[in-house]
Design a protein. Structure first.
Length: 366
């Protein structure tokens, strides 16, 4: 469940032993999920009469970091297996176990809860959310839209594992098409509709993560905090500029605006630099265990927090107006969303994942 490295990747870079997590990366993953929770808490402020400062909108870009991180993790964990067709089944099972059980639990649970409230979601929305079919239509919960991109990347990497020549051509075509869409967007003639989903700059976020993995695979960087410091400063500046000029996607199905294309690319590059900085301090700083736990629960936090948000609004709206004005309503939604995610992680995600991996994955000989 944690961020671990393939044998060759461990050997040629930071030299940690098998099974040891990259604690700085786990920490960052947990913080990114928390930022998304904060973003939605702020976006829900009008529901309980709270303030909604625009600068908190930066939290939505935790998803950009997740895409970069996915590219890094998948290549670091499976890059040495490219061309080994026999690993295709185990790879597919690992990705499926990681992604689907919790997703299905959340989708069906939220649909059932809404049905009891007299708000039964349409069947096509439920099926679309559970299958992650590429679409511009909304998902249930709405944050599941990002998993469509994850699933597409996982599928392409599966092709790379079992058919390297074809997989390399597929990735080259995908990244080239995404780069071409950047040019077409600048010219005011982007590809629109469902094809724009495949051509999103999010594809280049995955590439940025892969490149970080390749860079750290090829050499051992000296441990220093300077790259991380510079990355954080650059991101702060970027978010200030974003807020000042009102740069943002027009919606979750926006893949063709200048902001959706070029700002996504810029943030992807900055998050890749941030990831590089985190790896550079891996051996210098011991991350507190609670932050590692937060990272381990990040997927559950991400998936369930909007559901918790909808329910916790009923608590926030009952707070005294003075406390709401001070942001206590935000804290109720933030802390509540994180805690519900952690509970779901330990009571459902972790035991189910362990059981499925034990039952379905081949045992590794000692």
């Amino acid at each position: 469940m944690g961020v671990t490295l393939s044998k060759r990747f461990r050997r040629t870079t930071i030299g940690i032993t098998k099974g040891i997590k990259l604690r700085t990366v786990e920490m960052a993953r947990g913080i990114a999920a928390t930022m998304v929770v904060l973003f939605h808490a702020n976006a829900s402020a009008d529901e309980f009469g709270g303030p909604a400062p625009g600068w908190l909108s930066f939290g939505e870009h935790g998803v950009d970091f997740f895409f970069v991180l996915s590219g890094f993790i998948i290549f670091a964990a499976h890059g040495d297996e490219i061309g080994e067709a026999k690993v295709g089944r185990s790879y597919l099972l690992k990705r499926g176990i990681r992604l689907l059980p919790l997703l299905w639990f959340v989708v069906l649970g939220w649909a059932a809860l809404r049905a009891m409230m007299g708000l039964m979601p349409p069947l096509d929305v439920i099926l679309r959310s559970m299958t992650l079919i590429p679409s511009l239509e909304p998902t249930l919960p709405n944050v599941a839209w990002t998993l469509r991109h994850e699933a597409l990347f996982y599928l392409f990497f599966l092709v790379l594992l079992i058919r390297p020549a074809f997989g390399k051509a597929l990735f080259a075509l995908w990244f080239f098409a995404a780069a071409l869409q950047l040019v077409l967007t600048l010219l005011g003639r982007p590809v629109t509709g469902v094809p724009s989903f495949f051509l999103s700059s999010f594809a280049l976020d995955f590439l940025a993560g892969i490149l970080v993995a390749v860079a750290h695979r090829g050499r051992a960087f000296s441990p220093t905090a300077m790259p991380l410091f510079l990355a954080i400063v650059a991101l702060i500046i970027a978010f200030i500029v974003q807020q000042h000029f009102g740069i943002k996607r027009t919606g979750l199905s926006d893949y063709v605006s200048i902001a959706a294309e070029y700002w996504t690319l810029l943030l992807g590059l900055l998050f890749a630099f941030l990831l590089h900085g985190l790896l550079r301090i891996e051996k210098r700083w011991h991350v507190p265990e609670w932050l590692v736990v937060l990272g381990g629960a990040s997927y559950a936090i991400y998936l369930v927090h909007t559901i918790a948000n909808s329910l916790l609004q009923r608590i926030a709206i009952g707070l005294p107006s003075t406390l709401i004005a001070w942001g206590v309503g935000h804290m109720v939604l933030l802390l509540g969303g994180v805690m519900v995610g952690i509970i779901v992680h330990f009571l459902f995600e972790k035991p189910v994942t362990k059981a499925l991996r034990t039952r379905l994955l081949p045992r590794v000989a000692p």
